[in-house]
Design a protein around this ligand. Sequence first.
Ligand code: SF4
Ligand code: SF4
Length: 329
Amino acid sequence: MNWFIITSNDCNLQCAYCLNEPHPDLPITPNWDIEELKKFLSNDKNPDIALYGGEPLLEIELIESIMDEINANHFTLQTNGILLHKVKTDYLNRMSSILISIDGNKDVTETNRGKGVFDKIKQNIYNIRGRGFTGDLIARMAVSEVSDIYQDVLFLLNNEELTFDHVHWQLDCQWDYDMTERWNDFPKWVEGYNKGITKLVAYWLDKMRGGEVKGIVPFLGIFRNIINDTKTDLPCEAGLRSFAIRTDGIVTFCPLPPEFEKTIVGDIRKNKSEELRNSVKIENSCLECEVFDLCGGRCLFANLYKLWGEEGFNLVCTTVKHLISEFLS
Ligand code: SF4
Ligand code: SF4
């Protein structure tokens, strides 16, 4: 199974999406010890570990102990990239993949994440590639109102200095209760987003006809299922085979704030890891949706909470349905 381990709730940036406001009920760093973690995970014969935060690299020593003590199949790191140069080379090169939060070119990235962030990421990518990191380097975009999906994805995918193998994204939506809290006009933005997706699919297919499969993660899974005539489970596998371990030892189906009670599935001090498998599943309207077999329900959190109500949820679904229809056509 996949285990997100939150090594710190603090961050060294203050991005527009979360403002670095750690929840007061959670310890900033883990109050569990490595032996407790080891005992909990010993029940999973094939664990993958995803180091996560806040900014996980604020706790590099803890990361080193986890990598020394836990016999994982894969280690991955999701980071804002600012401290990557501090990771010792032998640990760096044991990471299977590193996901760096970056939203597009310097302007787009720094509008959301602050001045100087883009150049620091570029420097640190140069640093880790220079030290022999050959694992999967993934640009992890948060797509917001300033994003142009076509331009931003192409920029990250083809920039020779950034050397990303894959680009992945998630829309910055449905994390608050009101669509207008962070979006001026989400419905209008969706229209432009869908047009950008049409262009991006055309680009991707064109490259594929020339023999090159570009690493656009949201396309790969859907396309694979279409050509193989297979169905997908929830793509992120939250609640099925992917879980998060909070700093207080509580296990949730994915790394979300503690006020969302339905995300809690267990406790590393009380449960065995294997018994959490398949503990939460997609519910309600998704099960009757015409594209459920290719979408898989998109996001367990959004499915269970629908923070923007039915209408807002369905509006986001139009983006998924549009993407799928582009491939089907
Ligand atoms: S498109 Fe929307 S309703 Fe349909 S399966 Fe996906 S998330 Fe659920
Ligand atoms: S449930 Fe939603 S927020 Fe959680 S990992 Fe899956 S897609 Fe991300």
